[in-house]
Design a protein around this ligand. Structure first.
Ligand code: FE2
Length: 362
């Protein structure tokens, strides 16, 4: 029997606040292969914001731009730049999830309420998570429309890149706050500590970080929480916290079942990935043993591989997708491994530090 006190079903969508949602939507369509399925804005009677709903596999991203300088959403864009505002859950009963979360100590953000249009109704509520990040709770009363009430269906389809669903979403928090937030996910959402990494796992000559991965009982929703650790130079987490203006979502990992095809398509369409030194691939066969993929292909695409007792995984990280060095994406394929690529941390963080140095932030 799985413990699931809030009756979470899945991640309903990841909500972004951005400076120009129209252009961001174009970027996610044409580089990452998301199709645009719904829209709300001035033309649909929304006076405050324009929202674009993008879909690929089971992943839904919602890009929102406030239309005036007033209000919390505009302040969010001003402070954080483009970033994640809401990791929204689909739940059995939004009212019950909200009440239970608040009873377990969460701070209320949006009281339960109903929204309705000609496609039916949903219940919605939200709580505060780390920084200015929210967790919404959404349950369907009788809604059968394109996304949520108020949205108009759109069909701007583009060839997909083979991205299937969200594997994990990572939050960066301040020094000394990681355990507090891990404890919060345990107390409020009933999550368990899945795995943790300390600064001995994740350190280079210069900088370090620590991480605890929190997961629901079914391992369907995984939220690693990072905090900076002391090093000779500035941790990549500190760089994020400085430029994001506090805690927030650092990266979203998207699952593929054929990472070489997916990354090939993403590279062709202009997604920029981190590159590890070529020497990484010289020792790869001796480090991870036999893999199904051709090492030459993996090397050419710059994909990283790691093996643990359960199997192996392939992964690759984009550069930040904004000018501020904040949010980035990970593409991941799992072949048995349920880990996070610990064997790649060193090579990866050295690559990140090279880029930090180029930005003058190391
Ligand atoms: Fe990750």
């Amino acid at each position: 029997m799985h413990e699931n006190p809030l009756r979470l079903k899945s991640i309903h969508h990841v909500g972004f606040l951005v400076g120009n949602a129209k252009q961001a939507a174009h970027y996610y369509r044409h580089t990452f292969g998301f199709s645009q399925v719904a829209y709300a804005g001035l033309e649909t009677g929304h006076r405050d914001a324009a929202s674009y709903v993008l879909e690929q596999g089971k992943i839904r991203l919602v890009l929102v731009t406030p239309l005036s300088p007033d209000g919390a959403d505009a302040a969010h864009v001003q402070r954080h730049g483009d970033g994640v505002r809401d990791i929204a859950f689909h739940v059995e009963d939004a009212d019950r999830a909200f009440e239970e979360a608040v009873r377990r100590g969460a701070a209320a953000a949006v009281e339960p309420h109903e929204t309705r249009d000609e496609h039916g109704a949903v219940r919605h509520a939200a709580i505060h998570a780390y920084g200015d990040t929210l967790h919404s709770f959404i349950s369907y009363v009788d809604y059968e429309g394109p996304f949520l009430p108020g949205f108009r269906p759109q069909d701007v389809a583009v060839p997909c890149a083979g991205l299937l669903r969200v594997d994990h979403i990572v939050g960066n928090v301040e020094l000394g706050k990681m355990n507090e937030w891990a404890e919060w996910y345990s107390r409020v959402l009933g999550f368990k500590r899945y795995i943790s990494f300390d600064d001995k796992d994740i350190s280079t000559d210069y900088s370090a970080l620590m991480s605890i991965v929190m997961s629901d009982d079914a391992y369907a929703i995984k939220f690693p929480i990072n905090e900076p650790a002391a090093g000779k130079r500035k941790s990549q987490i500190d760089e994020y916290l400085d430029y994001y203006g506090g805690p927030g979502v650092q990266h979203i990992a998207l699952l593929s079942e054929d990472i070489t095809a997916t990354v090939g398509r993403l590279r062709e369409r202009g997604v920029e990935f981190l590159r590890v030194p070529d020497a990484y691939y010289d020792v790869l066969p001796s480090r991870v043993g036999e893999i199904d993929e051709a090492v030459d292909t993996v090397r050419q695409l710059g994909i990283l591989v790691d093996r643990d007792e359960d199997g192996y995984l392939l992964q690759l990280f984009t550069r930040p997708v904004e000018d501020r060095p904040t949010l980035f994406f990970e593409i991941i394929q799992r072949k048995g491994s349920r880990g996070f690529g610990k064997g790649n941390f060193k090579a990866l963080f050295e690559a990140i530090e090279q880029e930090q140095a180029l930005r003058g932030n190391l």
